[in-house]
Design a binder for this molecule. Sequence first.
Ligand code: NDP
Length: 254
Amino acid sequence: MALEQFRIDGKVALVTGGNRGIGFAIAKLFAEAGAKLMLTSRRRTPQLDELLDANPERCAWVEADLIDPKAPDAIVKETLKAFGRLDILVNNAGVAADGDFHDFDDERLAFIMDTNLIAPFRVARAAIKPMLEQGGGTIVNIGSISADVANDPQKQVAYNSSKAAVHQMTKVMAFEYGGRNIRVNALAPGYVISDMTAGGIAKPDWNRIWTENTPMGRFAHPDEMANCALFLASPASSYVTGAILTADGGYTTH
Ligand code: NDP
C-alpha cells in the first residue's frame, strides 16, 4: 500500500520547538500519521495545548531551554520515561539574528550558535544512544537554504554559518551511523511563514526581494515543510540518508 509507507504508527518522536511554526506543523502531522510525541519548547501556546488535549495518551510536552547544556539529555530522558523508546528525532528549534558581520558581537554569536548548532548536536548525541540500543532510528535536522546562500537583504552571518554546520553534521552523522540502521537527513526550507519571518514579510522591501527571488513567487506554509519532514522520518525514505532535502520554491536554482 503506497501511503502506508508514510505512516509512523506507534513510533516515538521527539520534536524540539514543537509549540509553534514549522515544529508545530510537524508535530500535528506526525500525530495524524500515528506517532507518539514528546514536544519541547520554552513556553506553551494555545495550539500546542489543543494538540496535547486531543491526544492525552500519545502526546506529551516538556519545558526546555535548549541553551542550557543539561536540557538535551533531560528531554531525551523524559521521552524514554514517557514512552520507553525513541525512534524519531526532529531537531527543529532555532533562532535568527540580524547584524553586519563587523558588528556581530560575541554574545549574539554565542546565542545563535548555542541554539542552532550546539543544542541540536547535543540532542542528537543524546538521542543516538537509545537508538543504537534499540537497533535503529531516524533523525531529521532542520537546516536551511541559508546554509548555501547569503541571506538577502537581511545580514545574518551567524545564522548562515550555523545552518551550514547543521548540514555538515547531518552528513557526517549519516556516514557514521548508516551501517547501524540510523538514518540522518536535513530539511532545508526556503522562506516559510512563521514568527521567525513575520517581521520581514511585513516589510514591503524585504517581502518583495524574498518573493522575487523565489521562482514560485510565494512563501511556504509550515504544513509544506511538515510533509517533507514526514517523508524523511517515515519508511517512505528508507534508502535516504545524508541527504539535504531542499524545499524552497526554487530559491536556490539561481
Ligand atoms: P519560529 O520562530 O516560529 O519558532 C522557533 C521555535 O524554536 C519555537 O518553537 C521556539 O520555542 C524554539 N526555540 C527557539 N529557541 C529555543 C531555545 N533556546 N530553547 C528551546 N526552544 C527554542 O521559527 P520557525 O518555525 O520558522 O523555524 C523552525 C526551524 O526552521 C528553525 O530551525 C529555523 O531556523 C528553520 N528555518 C525556518 C525558516 C523560515 O523561513 N521560517 C527557513 C529555513 C529554516 P519557544 O516558543 O519556546 O521560544
